[in-house]
Design a binder for this molecule. Structure first.
Ligand SMILES: *Cc1c(COP(=O)(O)O)cnc(C)c1O
Length: 436
């Protein structure tokens, strides 16, 4: 697999280089030179295959011999060792539950795959890899659990102070072995800006072997294409003319992976970019003007992103603006609407949707209402387990949430260690340099 940069279409690097560099020097994003079509015979019989088998086939096509198939199979089986149930939610709507991994969010797909691929390439005695990750909550937990105990790696997680939930904070700060967390006085965008600045800082990049675990890393994106194929496999018998995927979006990595799956030949009718009031993309789709704004805090905090870092990839994946607009519809919703949707979904289906999932549900309902004449199966991606956001639910719904055993175990863990609070770039840099 060869990759170019969204800022330089003639650049070519190997998968391994893109993996460890994360970002090209020109500050674009790495993209696969070729997006291979998935084997037609495989697509014909995809419903006969398990999630790990589908995952392997998708990864093997994309990576195209960057990792020998037999090794890749082992990596995929180890990374994707939890289910992704597809659950019916009323007429022609289905929830694809992506939160059954260790951190209870879909980011386990990306983080577990990436950590195993990195560890596959690392040789004993090499300089330690310093992994920086900015999180609005879920990425950090997934990366912490994904890299825990992986030799030759040290992970530094940056999260916005006071803006992650209690369970997320626990997942981030258990500070074991090779994982540590710092609190940033500011928003997620500030965390992301510090990480980006660290990467372009020559002193740091000479002294440390820096890499990123954010969704800008191509190795996080690839495994997110797996479950789009899996949803299709599960629903193929119901209808074959393409699915409508409603994707609760923040940094737009998840939806970018869906578009890659579509480019690989997955029949998709429409992608719904569902956001909270941080609506840079829906506004763009409506007005044609792309104007990022500072993010504001909402109930669906993992999507509080004003300047989505994967948008350049989305643009790049479409031939032109026309095709983008044909394939993608944007919707944004307020917190009040989110709370109402959580109640409606619970009342109607006895199903507890996390706030991110509730936004995807609203987008799908809206799209269906606007496209009443088309008969299509809708899949809304459920990105996190509701127990991660206890404060957003009214008491009668909270009571219905089953807390998974992993959370109980976490709650019983030793009290969290104190976490340094960092206000500016210079302090952050000193912190990284000081603790080499
Ligand atoms: C990260 C996250 C999102 C947004 O995904 P992107 O790939 O950044 O668009 C949505 N929901 C949850 C629960 C998340 O953790």
């Amino acid at each position: 697999m060869k990759l170019y940069s969204t800022n330089n279409s003639v650049l070519r690097v190997d998968f391994k280089d893109a993996l460890f560099q994360s970002l090209p020097a020109d500050r674009g994003l790495y993209m696969p030179e070729v997006i291979p079509k998935i084997c037609e015979d495989f697509l014909q019989t995809i419903e006969d295959h398990s999630l790990p088998e589908i995952a392997f086939r998708v990864a093997d096509s994309l990576l195209n011999e960057s990792i020998p198939s037999s090794d890749l199979r082992g990596i995929v089986n180890d990374a994707i060792n939890f289910p992704a149930p597809v659950i019916r939610l009323g007429d022609s709507s289905h929830v694809l539950e992506l939160f059954h991994g260790p951190s209870l969010a879909f980011k386990d797909f990306g983080a577990r795959f990436m950590s195993r691929v990195m560890s596959y390439y690392l040789k004993p005695g090499e300089q330690n890899l310093d992994i920086l990750v900015a999180t609005s909550g879920d990425t950090g937990g997934a990366v912490a659990l994904g890299f825990l105990g992986v030799p030759n790696t040290r992970v530094t997680i940056l999260y916005p102070k006071g803006k992650v939930s209690a369970i997320q904070q626990l997942q981030l700060t258990i500070n074991q072995e090779n994982i540590r967390a710092v609190e940033i006085e500011g928003t997620f965008d500030d965390c992301q800006a510090l990480v980006k600045r660290a990467f372009s800082d020559p002193t740091l990049s000479t002294a440390l072997r820096l890499t990123s675990a954010n969704s800008i890393n191509i190795a996080r994106l690839i495994p997110q294409a797996f479950y789009y194929f899996y949803a299709y496999a599960k629903l193929k018998r119901r209808r074959s003319d393409g699915l409508v995927f409603s994707v609760p979006s923040g940094n737009f990595g998840n939806i970018a992976a869906g578009i890659i799956a579509w480019r690989m030949g997955l029949p998709v009718k429409q992608f719904l970019a569902a956001t909270n009031v941080n609506d840079t993309v829906p506004r763009f789709l409506r007005t044609g003007a792309y104007h990022p704004r500072r993010s504001v805090k909402t109930l669906s905090s993992a999507m509080d992103v004003g300047n989505p870092s994967n948008w350049a990839r989305v643009i790049d994946l479409f031939k032109d603006d026309q095709e983008l607009r044909t394939m993608m519809t944007g919707y944004s919703f307020s917190d009040a609407e989110t709370s109402e949707a959580i109640e409606t979904v619970y009342d109607r289906f006895n199903y507890v949707a996390c706030p991110h999932t509730a936004i995807a549900w609203m987008a799908l309902e809206k799209w269906k209402a606007e496209n009443a004449s088309t008969e299509s199966e809708g899949v809304l991606l459920s990105t996190a387990h509701p127990c991660k956001f206890p404060d957003v639910f009214p008491a009668h719904i909270s009571r219905a949430i089953e807390t998974p055993a992993v959370v109980d175990a976490l709650m019983r863990k030793a009290p969290q260690l104190s976490v340094p609070v960092i206000q500016d770039y210079e302090t952050f840099k000193k912190y990284l340099m000081g603790s080499r």
